[in-house]
Design a binder for this molecule. Structure first.
Ligand SMILES: [Zn+2]
Length: 328
């Protein structure tokens, strides 16, 4: 079962989360493999998308926001676009589109940043938009401050968190065909650091002690090996890393409260999209192909609209003939 664990270090300005996606991640992969047009993703693409899915759960779990958190990588290489989306209740979906051949062992820069134009965007899309309200979006390039290509998704996201939230964050991510997992450690602003009644020396001492705590916990997090992150259960993993630290854990989020696969696509949305396309365009597709078929990239669901369905889309409801069995 997929799980999200949250914890704090008692008395220290550091918090953390651990996510393990098992059934939810396997469902994303199973649906892609079942798509006869695309087939399964190459393993390096699946690994990157799994890391994105795990990181997106961690970032959604880290904020109080009533809306979807969407992570997108606009690739500049064989991987053109990768998307992971997590709702506030941790329903998630993810997809990626590959446009050129991918070879085993390709690193992040070769996969999505071949010419230095790859981007990572994080969007917060409010569930109920007030009039005029826009989704918030932050975009970072896939390079460090000096312009050197970042080698891992974790380093791209740490860079993003420093820029957007001004918070030092450590991420360890890993995925394979069974599990997508991640560990997040974040330094919190120290309370009282701005308190003018304290002497500046005391403030500096408090600041550097907090810094030591964060750096020590960060190093422990970085000692985590990929195989451990993928294979150990949460209790074993957290004990192995932090047994000397004052760890306080919250009840894990799992099952119906935990991360789980769900797609928000529907026939109504595809119908609205076709209406937006306009009747002449819809009819020209019909004339060419006999029917309009729209597949969802996230879940693989196919929606088919034949000539009758399309005619109905562009007929005002009052003029539509009653459905068989409907009561007048
Ligand atoms: Zn769907």
């Amino acid at each position: 079962m997929s799980e999200l664990h949250k914890f704090i270090f008692d008395g220290l300005p550091v918090r953390g989360q651990l996510v393990r996606l098992t059934d939810a991640w396997q469902e994303v992969l199973r649906r892609r493999a079942a798509n006869t047009q695309t087939g399964a993703w190459p393993p390096v693409v699946a690994e990157m998308l799994g890391e994105m899915a795990a990181a997106t759960v961690l970032m959604q779990g880290n904020i109080k926001f009533d809306g979807a958190l969407i992570m997108q990588i606009f690739g500049d290489g064989p991987l053109k676009l990768a998307v992971a989306e997590v709702q506030p209740d941790l329903r998630l979906r993810a997809t990626a589109s590959v446009v050129q051949s991918v070879t085993p062992g390709m690193a992040l820069p070769e996969l999505v940043n071949r010419h230095g134009r790859g981007r990572c965007a994080i969007t917060l899309d409010p569930r109920r938009r007030r009039e005029g309200q826009q989704a918030y979006q932050g975009v970072v390039p896939l390079v460090d401050e000096g312009g050197a290509p970042l080698q891992t998704l974790a380093s791209v996201l740490e860079h993003y968190m420093r820029q957007s939230e001004q918070l030092d964050t450590t991420l360890v991510l890993a995925a394979d065909e069974q599990v997508a997992a991640g560990l997040l450690i974040q330094r919190l602003p120290v309370q009282g650091q701005d308190n003018l009644s304290q002497s500046s020396v005391a403030r500096e001492d408090a600041g550097s002690a907090a810094d030591d705590d964060y750096q020590r916990i960060r190093l422990l997090a970085h000692s985590l090996q990929r195989a451990e992150l993928l294979s150990l259960d949460a209790d074993t993993l957290l004990h192995r890393l932090f047994w000397q630290e004052p760890l306080l854990r919250f009840a894990p989020l799992a099952g119906h409260q935990g991360p789980r696969f769900a797609c928000s696509c529907s026939r109504e949305r595809v119908a609205a999209m076709l209406q937006g396309l306009g009747q002449p365009e819809a009819e020209s597709i019909l004339a060419e192909r006999g029917e309009i078929e729209v597949g969802c990239d996230f879940c693989g669901q196919q929606q088919r609209f034949d000539a009758v369905d399309v005619a109905r889309l562009f007929t005002p409801a009052a003029q539509q003939s009653p459905q068989p069995g409907s009561v007048q």
